[in-house]
Design a protein around this ligand. Structure first.
Ligand code: PXG
Length: 461
């Protein structure tokens, strides 16, 4: 008998069992076994290893979230110690735990004026919480009609009913009858794709004024909040022109509409500031967080509240909302250990002053590639727009296919990039070394060469 069949790490057997039993998120499950699943078995620093033993540079930090890199014993030890001490207790009904206290205190220190946080298990739950919380807040303020939300096309705010409704991905809305009533989507500030003949500065103002028009159409007395990612992540690392956020802030303040900054991707240093709103210089009323609060070592998310919001909620007594595992002690212990690493190793400063600028300088050289229309990077968040005509900013006829081809070539060369349509994305760990940054760009260029050759073969160029 072939011994490999009994080997628990036999790649073919693992893939077959996975394809049979595991229904994957955001995956074409029907073609999964044909396309071949990547079985990742180990991680160290900025690299992961697949079951065949290949070492792959993770240009995407898992799913934007392994900020401190793989293999941090300190986080594992903190979680292990907490599991033995107290694996679970809840934070309902006047109870709390030491890690939940510590983590909420650290978050309060990180963002002045945001003393209190509410914990969830994910960013999606954080945004669902936002919907109830904002409406509850306005009801307490005697304005129960302020229930509507202004959000952006092509935003990603999660997969739950509330999160996907706030999100502006129409292909997601088609599954499950979304969005829920009361969400109005306005244009996204994506100059390269949708800016037409306007300059980036003009387009930023135009997109901000669309927020004003939407609020005024519904009536400010009916609008609770505007929600936006500082930089749209999943939508394609869309960096708004500098004119955008200040104008959105002015418009919302003028109309008494709250600003929710979805910091799930940008939070905890990704842009070179602790929070993305600080990078762009606006002050939100609420922030959603998840991902890098634990560097993905355990699931945790939540909502950070400005004091003028949480004071009202506090006075309003009980908010009938919460999850069994809100403030889970083991996840919070991992979060505390993770944030202490980011602080001690000055990783946010490293992203802002050292590895961020270093990678950016190299990444921007990819703009000279024949199929790259634009290269951009803020902190350690970067994008490349694939194009068949640089001057006209033309996308390939099937952007998803074009981006997928380039992404697969990158993987074949040992680099993980993500593709959104035909926008190639990178978000490496904050501990990326300069040598790894060089390699990331070198492999990206080779993948672009491979993709260009394939596009020519298909007659797309
Ligand atoms: N808000 C933003 C801005 C996000 O990026 C969520 C909310 C939802 O968080 P949870 O923890 O519920 O997933 C996200 C998540 C991708 C990708 O491939 C992006 C996310 C999740 C999974 C994949 O770009 N973002």
């Amino acid at each position: 008998m072939d011994q490999s069949v009994n080997d628990p790490m036999n790649p073919a057997s693992l893939r077959a069992r996975d394809a049979r039993h595991h229904f994957h998120p955001f995956t074409d499950n029907a073609t999964l076994s044909r396309d071949g699943t990547r079985v990742i078995v180990r991680g160290e620093g900025s690299h992961v290893y697949d079951v065949e033993g290949r070492k792959i540079l993770d240009g995407f930090s898992g799913l934007w979230n392994v900020a401190v890199g793989y293999g941090r014993r300190e986080i594992a030890d903190a979680a292990y110690k907490q599991m033995l001490e107290l694996p679970f207790y809840n934070t309902f009904f006047k109870s709390t735990t030491v890690p939940a206290i510590e983590l909420s205190e650290i978050l309060g220190d990180l963002m002045p004026g945001f003393t209190r946080s509410f914990f969830t298990n994910s960013g999606s739950e954080g945004n669902d919480t936002i919907i109830r919380l904002v409406r509850h807040y306005w009801a307490l303020r005697g304005k129960p009609n302020k229930t509507h939300f202004i959000a952006r096309n092509n935003a990603y705010h999660g997969s739950t009913v509330g999160g996907a409704s706030l999100g502006g991905m129409t292909w997601m809305h088609k599954q499950g009858g979304l969005p829920i009533p009361g969400v109005i989507h306005v244009p996204q500030p994506w100059w390269w794709g949708e800016g037409g003949d306007m300059s980036p500065a003009e387009f930023g103002l135009w997109a901000a004024r669309e927020v004003a028009l939407a609020i005024d159409r519904v009536g400010a007395e009916n609008v609770g909040a505007f929600i936006g990612e500082p930089i749209q992540g999943a939508g394609g690392v869309i960096m708004p022109p500098d004119t955008y956020w200040p104008e959105v802030e002015r418009i919302c303040r003028e109309r008494d509409v709250l600003i929710v900054s979805d910091e799930v991707i940008c939070g905890f240093g990704r842009t070179g500031s602790w929070f993305g709103c600080q990078h762009y210089g606006y002050t939100p009323d609420l922030m959603t967080f998840a991902k890098n609060v634990t560097s993905g070592y355990l699931p945790l998310g939540g909502v950070m509240m400005a004091d003028h919001i949480s004071d009202v909620l506090h006075e309003g007594r009980e908010f009938w909302h919460g999850f069994t595992t809100s403030g889970h002690p083991v996840c919070c212990a991992a979060g505390v250990a993770n944030l202490r690493i980011i602080q001690r190793e000055r990783l946010v400063e490293r992203v802002r002053d050292e590895i961020g600028p270093y990678l950016k300088q190299r990444w921007m050289t990819l703009a000279d590639h024949p199929i790259v229309g634009e290269a951009r990077m803020v902190g350690l968040l970067g994008a490349l727009e694939l194009t068949s005509d640089k001057a006209a900013r033309t996308r390939f006829a099937n952007p998803d296919l074009a981006g997928g081809i380039c992404r697969d070539f990158a993987y074949a060369r040992g680099l993980i990039l993500r593709a959104t349509g035909s926008t190639m994305l990178t978000a490496p760990p904050y501990i990326l070394t300069e040598t790894e940054a060089d390699r990331l760009v070198e492999l990206s260029r080779l993948a672009l060469d491979d993709a260009a050759a394939e596009f020519r073969r298909r007659g797309w160029l």
